[in-house]
Design a protein around this ligand. Sequence first.
Ligand code: KMH
Ligand code: ZN
Length: 284
Amino acid sequence: MGEKVIIAAAVVGAEVTRAQSPHVPYTPEEIARAAVDAGRAGAAVVHLHARWPDGRPSQEAAHFREIIDRIRDAGSRVVVQCSTGGAVGMSVEERLGSLVDGAEMGTLNLGTMNFGDDVFLNARPDVVRVAAKLRERGLVPECEVYDAGMLDTLRWLLERGHLAAPYHVQLVLGVPGGMAASERNLRFLVEGLPERTHWSVAGIGRAQLPMAELALALGGHVRVGLEDNLFVAKGILARGSDELVALAVGLAARARRDPATPDEARALLGICGAKALPSSVSPA
Ligand code: KMH
Ligand code: ZN
C-alpha cells in the first residue's frame, strides 16, 4: 500500500444535537464509546468535545477525564486530541478546561470568524495564550484554519516562536462564515502552508467525504465524524462516527493510501514520548 493517512474522528463537537440526529453522543460514556468504535473502524485520532447530560457543550475537566479514562479502560490506543475551541460564547479560560492529563494533542484556533450566525472569538493574544498552554502541557497543537488569513497567523506564530514543530494543521472548510469547501480553496490553502507542514481536511456537511477524497489525492490527512457531518448519504443519517470512518477507510483504499495506526500517527505527528499511555493499554 501507499503513503499513510491519518484518519481523525470528530465524534461529538459542540453544535450538533439529538434533535438533528439521535446518534449524537452526549454523556462521557457515549462519547468514549463513539471514540472507541471510531478507533476500531480505522481512526487513529479522536477529536474530543464534551457535553453536559442535556447536550449543552461542556469544557469541564471532569468530563474530559472521564471520557479519556473510559477510552483507555476499553483498551483503545487511539490518539486523544482535546478541543480548546469549545463552543462559541465560552471564555478562553473555560475552553482550556479540556487540557487534562491523558490528552496528547490540543486544538489551536487561529482566528476570529463568523460561525454561522455567531462569532467565534479568537483574538490574537488569546491564540498566543492557548499556544503557550499547549506547550506548557507538552501537547502537540492542531492548528484549526478556517480562512486564508489564518495561514498568515500561523506563520506569525512560527516566526515569533509562539509555535514550533511538531504541530499539525487542520483545514476546516465549509463553516458558514469561513472558506467554502471547494477544490480551488483547498489547493490554494495547501500551497500556502509552510514547508513540511502535515495537514488534514475537515469538510463540513455534505462536503465531508468529497473533501476527504481530495485530501487523499493531494497527500493530506482526513477528518470525518458527526461533529462536521451527520449523514452517510443524502437523507441517510450516520449511525455513528465509526460509519463515516469506515467510508473514509474505503476512500483511502481507492486512493492507495494506508490508514495509520494510532502509534504510526503518533510517530507522524511527533507525539512519541510526549505522553505515556497507561500500562492498562497494551501495545498494538
Ligand atoms: N465548536 C467550534 C466553535 C475546536 O474544536 O477547536 C470550534 C471547534 C474547534 O470545534
Ligand atoms: Zn471541534
